[in-house]
Design a protein around this ligand. Structure first.
Ligand SMILES: [Zn+2]
Length: 445
């Protein structure tokens, strides 16, 4: 398939009805190719599924879902390319379980670049922009490479800075004057904080856009989280949240309107399902299921991401008609049931961001009585805090009141980093019958 920006924009302005036939053809082609991998060949033939017979997108929900366990148990079963065709081998970040090796063909890399080109284009980034990429480009991660190749296609200037070292990042910002920063929200705030501590004002650095990944900066109603607000104000820039995962080889990114990430119509079909795998009504939250169209090396069909989000199908005021993916609200494996209310650790962390004295925090969960979980929130505080005030704030925002315990921030950090993971662990799951090995790493996307 040929990827070009002009055609991409035209497609995004079409109504779902107008683009249906084009997308059905892509789906059929995708399913036919997926059926050449051992996993889907076996599965489709056992269920009598003939990809060539698909005539409507409405038939997709009748196909089987693919779980992360399927991937973990037999990763090689999903490969649909020959060793000769494979040009890049990436690893999933190992959020929940062992990393899985994802082989990319040359066509997959072109497709991934187009994904990011259209994402940046939707975020009003153009060839005259200079973009500082503050995420890892090596170490078998794909996100940094995807951003890089997408920006190259767009004709923008890139600075491959990579992750870490706020002092060095600030120096690059001063010297090379980028207009766009790409990075993880908390790290972009760390750079700003470093600058402020050294007598500079990030708001005057000339950064006009922040493209973020890995942490939500909005709540389900699209309002920015305290972290999102702080980032926007500190950098005096517009923030665009993006979402992606290595195995999806596709992502979404917000436009100027900031009402969810636009789904690329020629690269993916997104569904939201409940715990039983059934589609939920529009606007309701559930598990995000992705079918990344046109992938050659590792084609997936209806992949359960384990992320919780909502889908919004009304036309966007930016002019695009493609569905938008709402902010990630949590992970299915981290679903907490507290006295009849379902919530996710992320929503607790969003509330804690409002309290200045709270420097870091994690959540512990044990089995409670009556199918309710026993949730304990451990906060690292430098100054004296009134714990009952924190509990009251949680109650006001989340309608439940978990127990809150205060510790020294250094002690909290020690617990979170004890296991030597890439990111500090913020969620400790001690429940029986939980989905993944103990404790679960909170490292969404
Ligand atoms: Zn839009």
């Amino acid at each position: 398939m040929e990827y070009n920006i002009k055609q991409g924009v035209e497609l995004r302005k079409k109504t779902p009805e107008e683009s249906e036939q084009f997308r059905v053809n892509l789906l059929r082609k995708h399913l036919s190719h997926a059926a050449t991998s051992p996993f889907y060949r076996t599965k489709f033939s056992a269920l009598g599924i003939v990809p060539e017979d698909i005539t409507s997108l409405n038939e997709l929900p009748s196909l089987p879902l693919t779980s992360r366990t399927d991937l973990d148990q037999n990763p090689n079963g999903f490969i649909a390319a020959t060793p000769k065709e494979i040009v890049d081998i990436s690893l999933t970040s190992g959020t929940t379980g062992m990393p899985v090796r994802i082989p990319y063909t040359k066509e997959d890399l072109d497709r991934l670049a187009f994904n990011e080109t259209m994402a940046f284009w939707g975020a009003s980034i153009r060839s005259h922009d200079t973009c500082l990429i503050c995420v890892t480009l090596d170490r078998c991660f794909i996100a940094g490479l995807a951003y890089y190749s997408g920006l190259i296609n767009l004709g923008a200037a890139t600075i491959r800075s990579g992750a870490g070292q706020p002092a060095r990042q600030w120096e690059l910002i001063r010297q090379l004057k980028p207009t766009v920063l790409v990075g993880v929200p908390t790290f972009l705030l760390t750079i700003a904080q470093w600058a402020i501590n050294h007598g500079f004002n990030p708001a005057e650095a000339g950064i006009r856009a922040l493209v973020t990944i890995g942490e939500p900066i909005r709540q389900a109603n699209f309002q920015q989280t305290p972290l999102g607000i702080r980032l926007t104000e500190t950098w005096n820039a517009t923030i665009y949240s993006s979402y992606g995962a290595t195995e999806l080889e596709t992502g979404t990114c917000e436009c100027d309107v900031g009402q969810g990430g636009h789904i690329h119509p020629e690269l993916s079909i997104v569904e939201i399902v409940d715990e039983q795998g059934q589609l939920v009504p529009e606007g309701q939250s559930g598990e995000l299921v992705f079918t990344p169209l046109g992938v050659q090396g590792f084609p997936l069909v209806r992949f359960r991401t384990g992320d919780i989000a909502r889908l919004h199908s009304s036309p966007c005021s930016c002019g695009y008609h493609t569905p938008r993916l709402g902010p990630i609200e949590g992970r299915t494996a981290q679903r907490l049931k507290l006295r009849g209310t379902t919530l996710y650790p992320d929503s607790i962390f969003h509330v804690l961001q409002e309290i200045e004295q709270v420097k870091n925090s994690y959540v512990e969960v044990h089995n409670g009585f009556d199918l309710s979980d026993e949730v304990r929130v451990v906060v690292g505080c430098t100054a004296e805090v009134d714990l009952s005030e924190i509990e009251k704030l949680l109650q006001a925002r989340l309608r439940v009141r978990p127990e809150v315990v205060a510790k020294d921030p250094a002690e909290v950090m020690k617990v979170m980093t004890e296991q030597g993971n890439r990111k500090p662990i913020r969620f400790f799951d001690y429940r029986k019958n939980k989905q993944y090995s103990n404790p679960t790493v909170s490292d969404s996307q």
